[in-house]
Design a protein around this ligand. Structure first.
Ligand code: P61
Length: 461
């Protein structure tokens, strides 16, 4: 039996530090105004605790730094590629491996080969950039997550699961010819970092096989997902994260990976496949866009760090510490009375911004307004995952279809901050709670045509 409470403290010591500084409230007010009230426009040096994302923000280990010196920078056939490929084969189990410089190009090349105009791609929930890649190739991503995912208060495990009835009715309605593949995001980032159970992965694959539709996993947080399976799914308590990670991928035909998350690197990604024909179709796109097929836009040293990171992400002690720290922050916010998505997921704490700021209509972007407020209050940066990131234009002129949840995410970078930093974040929310009714909404003054939250500008209402 793997003990749930076995790891209490960080399973590492810190030997390199990077100074951070809290600038004054007056300066923070000035900086956010100069950033047009969009936290993406802030200079990172003006942030005290940066929880914008867990993507590419991990601290690398002594082993990762040391193998980087072994990087083989040959243009083709570098030794580092083969080390990386072997790690993917051992940890995830895919036969064919294509490196890319992050998750988005991995998705882009796979989708380019598979999606035709007018196609439908069922997901549990796509992350915004993944949904945008589907749209870019002429397809439409459809959410098939179980309805419980939209109830932020429901404390049930595996709220990232696909509702098989929803999936079946999409297949029946659209016909399998229009569905090039099904994709499952583990964990479900859009829905609060919620895991998907092994039973669900298995059942989706069975239904997909029956209909001759391939299944791909968006694997960015596959090791955190495995931790939840180990803790909460019957029959997995005695299995290691490594065993569970590998089993997950036996229910998929392939995966796309943003290695900037669980695999503990600052840059990198890949596609994992078992089908040689599909692999061969994708390769020319790599040559056209990322360089040669044995480096995919990465340096040899990046591939070395990634190979090592893949072995480290499945370490049981590390993963228990990792999720426990996220839960530590979640519990503190919950204790203060801040509504957070429950149960707290793997990669961050997701605050229900609409519940926190009930006086702000969705048209005033409560999640992003909360982002401005917590930056000014505590120098903390998070990210809005609500109306700004996910709203869609309706069929009628001026009609807006709002997402079902208005979340503000505090993503915890891996191995970067201590619990004391989490205390400071919680204290910021404690202070903000007292004056939440004074927090102002936002009005867009500029928006770009795609993925607007990255580049939008606002004024305070
Ligand atoms: C994040 F504000 N996620 O969570 P790439 N799949 C999944 C992701 O979470 C993901 C990618 C694919 C980010 C970065 C990010 O609007 C945003 O390596 C489940 O970032 O290309 C990325 O992987 C894409 C932040 C992405 C955003 C889009 O913070």
């Amino acid at each position: 039996m793997i003990e749930k409470e076995r790891v209490l403290a960080e399973p590492f010591r810190i030997k390199v530090i990077e100074p951070i500084k809290l600038i004054s409230r007056e300066e923070r007010e000035k900086k956010i105004k100069e950033a047009y009230y969009n936290v993406f426009n802030l200079r990172a040096e003006n942030i005290y605790i940066d929880l914008l994302t867990d993507s590419g923000t991990s601290a690398m280990s002594n082993k990762q730094w040391s193998v980087m010196m072994m990087g083989d920078e040959s243009y083709a056939g570098a030794r580092s590629f083969f080390r990386f490929k072997e790690a993917v084969q051992k940890i995830l189990g895919f036969k064919y491996v294509i490196p890319t410089h992050q998750g988005r190009p991995a998705e882009s090349f796979l989708f380019k080969v598979l999606i035709k105009k007018g196609d439908i791609v069922p997901f549990n929930m796509p992350f915004d950039s993944t949904g945008a890649q589907v749209k870019d190739k002429g397809g439409t991503a459809i959410e098939c997550v179980a309805d419980i995912a939209y109830d932020s208060k429901a404390v049930v495990p595996f709220k990232g699961n696909i509702d098989l009835n929803k999936l079946k009715s999409v297949i029946d309605k659209e016909g399998r010819e229009k569905i090039p593949f099904i994709m499952i995001t583990i964990t479900n980032n859009t829905g609060g970092g919620q895991p998907v159970s092994m039973a669900n992965l298995k059942a989706v694959k069975k239904l997909a096989d029956k209909n001759h539709i391939p299944v791909f996993i968006d694997a960015a947080r596959c090791a955190e997902n495995a931790y939840f399976i180990q803790q909460h799914e019957e029959g997995y308590q005695n299995k290691t994260i490594a065993e569970i990670v590998k089993e997950q991928f036996t229910y998929a035909d392939g995966c796309t990976m943003s290695a900037k998350k669980d695999p503990l690197v600052n840059i990198g990604g890949f596609i994992g496949l078992n089908d040689e024909e599909l692999y061969r179709k994708i390769l020319p796109h790599i040559v056209l866009n990322e360089g040669f097929v044995t480096y995919g836009g990465l340096a040899g040293r990046d591939l070395e760090a990634l190979a090592q990171g893949l072995y480290e992400m499945v370490d049981d002690d590390y993963m228990a510490y990792r999720v426990r720290q996220v839960q530590y922050l979640g519990k503190q916010l919950d204790d203060i009375g801040v509504d957070v998505v429950k149960p707290v997921g793997g990669s961050g704490v997701y605050v229900d911004a609409h519940a926190f700021l009930p006086h702000l209509p969705l048209s005033q972007f409560p999640a992003d307004a909360l982002g401005v407020a917590i930056y000014v209050e505590a120098g903390v940066r998070g990210i809005g995952l609500g109306t700004l990131a996910f709203a869609k234009a309706g069929k009628k002129p001026g009609e807006v279809i709002y997402p079902k949840m208005e979340l503000f995410r505090l993503a915890v970078p891996r191995r970067v901050y201590t619990d004391r930093h989490m205390d400071v974040v919680a204290e910021g929310f404690r202070q903000l709670t007292k004056k939440r009714d004074k927090i102002k909404g936002l009005k867009l003054t500029y928006e770009p045509p795609v993925l607007r939250h990255f580049l939008s500008r606002f004024k305070l209402i």
